[in-house]
Design a protein around this ligand. Structure first.
Ligand code: PFF
Length: 456
């Protein structure tokens, strides 16, 4: 019987370990780097509101579904989807959903690693005191010098990929469980300190206003798609990362509670990052829509001026690297688990192979910031295109397929058994959201963006 399966890769030592690991996957560059810059590019408050609605109405229900699939299947997402489809009397082609996830993970990690490389470079630069007393223009010059230099970017990208694959090769439980237990609380404390700094910039109210006062004139359907895509990205949904973590989850742990903790912590970190960054942006007359370089051009200004800034700044970028690190291992874990299961290779070999392929694709992103910056596809650079396709298309479609499978194709009893929710309003609400609301929302947003019909 499927419910007695155990993963061949082992199990988390406790429910807390799972929550920390999944939070480690969720909290990453998405919260601290991406959320502020896409909020800046998409006009602020209204975008944030849509994002929060997507987390509550689509993200949390799909996270519960993804974890329950993983725990039921107990294998890599490809094999999990195949065996659960068989269990439900459906076509084994559902394994393609697992394949799409593996592909998505490769593509995301390829550029994620390049950006994490920027953070690594900033650890060294901040520790060197490069930003001490620096003006906003000087900070921008330092950023431009980094990203226009392919050799330097390649060096940091290579280092970060090596760090990631080393952890993955050693197995998720040992190094990782320990690391997140310490890192996540420390990151949080540092963010609190930075919020304290931002409160004294003189533009805190303006920052909050930008973040929380919705102005719907600034919201397009494409912005809604980006907000929805980001809800998937930030919660690591729609590509099997949370599914594979769920497959290592002990049988008696509550999936519902865990999902709320993970989503809550993730949202809090993103909002705090916004509260740190926008006041600094406005008090230095910077542009909130500056794009991917935003935090790298704003935070160093704060660190350059505050007491002990070189120390706190270095610590901050170290933690940003750690946050990215705990996410990146979850991006590649579905592929590695599958290679181990189906090709009887060791974890080490599986990690080297998948890491190399990812690194190679990442070279495209490295070049898109300099030598290939003029090379565009559909008006987007290689990096922008990868980011757009993965976050805004692949993850929501993956999430849609998960919702359809769990709410429409799987036996109702199976889902209830895994969630272990008593019959009542909580279960009914989840079922309603996953069966109707999440799929409809994803579809409506998509159809609007591709112009099949127009709402407003
Ligand atoms: N959730 C991560 C972040 O916000 O940085 C990124 C991510 C990790 C996306 C794992 C998808 C994933 F499967």
């Amino acid at each position: 019987m499927t419910q007695h399966r155990k993963s061949i890769h082992g199990e988390w030592s406790s429910r807390l370990a799972f929550i920390l690991a999944a939070t480690g996957s969720a909290v990453g560059l998405g919260n601290i780097w991406k959320f502020p810059y896409i909020t800046g590019e998409n006009g602020g408050g209204a975008f944030v509101l849509v994002y929060l609605l997507c987390i509550a109405l689509i993200g949390i229900p799909i996270m519960m579904a993804e974890i329950l699939l993983g725990r039921r299947g107990r294998q890599s997402p490809i094999n999990t989807m195949e065996s659960l489809a068989e269990e439900a009397g459906r076509t084994p082609h559902w394994r393609l959903l697992g394949w799409a996830g593996v592909l998505g993970g490769f593509l995301i990690l390829s550029y994620y690693s390049v950006i994490a490389g920027w953070a690594l470079a900033y650890v060294v630069q901040t520790a060197d005191g490069l930003f001490t007393g620096a003006s906003a223009e000087r900070v921008k010059t330092i950023f431009d010098d980094l990203v226009t230099n392919p050799g330097r970017l390649l060096f940091w990208h290579t280092l970060f990929m090596t760090m990631t694959m080393t952890v993955v090769a050693r197995g998720v439980q040992s190094g990782l469980e320990q690391a997140v237990r310490f890192l996540m609380p420390t990151l949080f404390v540092l963010l609190v300190i930075l919020v304290g700094y931002s409160m004294n910039t003189g533009a805190f109210a303006q920052g909050l206003d930008f973040l929380f006062t919705p102005d719907f004139h600034r919201l397009s359907w494409n912005s809604v798609l980006i907000a929805m895509g980001h809800a998937f990205f930030t919660l690591s949904l729609g590509m099997g990362a949370i599914m594979v973590y769920g497959s290592y989850l002990p049988k008696d742990a509550s999936i519902t509670q865990a999902s709320f903790y993970i989503a809550g912590a993730d949202t809090l970190v993103a909002l705090m990052a916004g509260m740190v960054i926008f006041p600094i942006v406005f008090s230095n007359n910077l542009e909130p829509g500056a794009g991917p370089g935003l935090i790298f051009q704003t935070l160093p200004i704060a660190f350059g001026q505050m007491w002990g800034g070189a120390f706190f700044g270095t610590l901050f970028f170290v933690l940003l690297v750690f946050a990215a690190w705990t996410s990146s291992i979850s991006l590649i874990e579905p592929a590695v688990a599958w290679l181990v299961e189906n090709h009887s290779v060791s974890r080490v070999k599986a990690s080297v192979v998948s890491g190399f392929v990812t690194w190679l694709v990442g070279v495209g992103t490295v070049l898109s910031f300099n030598k290939w910056s003029e090379v565009t596809f559909f008006g987007k650079t290689f990096f922008d295109l990868l980011d757009y396709i993965t976050a805004n298309i692949m993850l929501p479609l993956g999430g849609l397929a998960i919702a359809i499978f769990v709410a429409w194709l799987m036996k109702k009893r199976t889902a209830r058994e895994e969630l272990a929710l008593p019959k009542g309003p909580g279960y009914s609400l989840w079922y309603f959201l996953i069966r109707y609301v999440s799929p409809a929302a994803v579809l409506i947003v998509f159809l609007n963006v591709i112009g099949v019909f127009k709402l407003g």
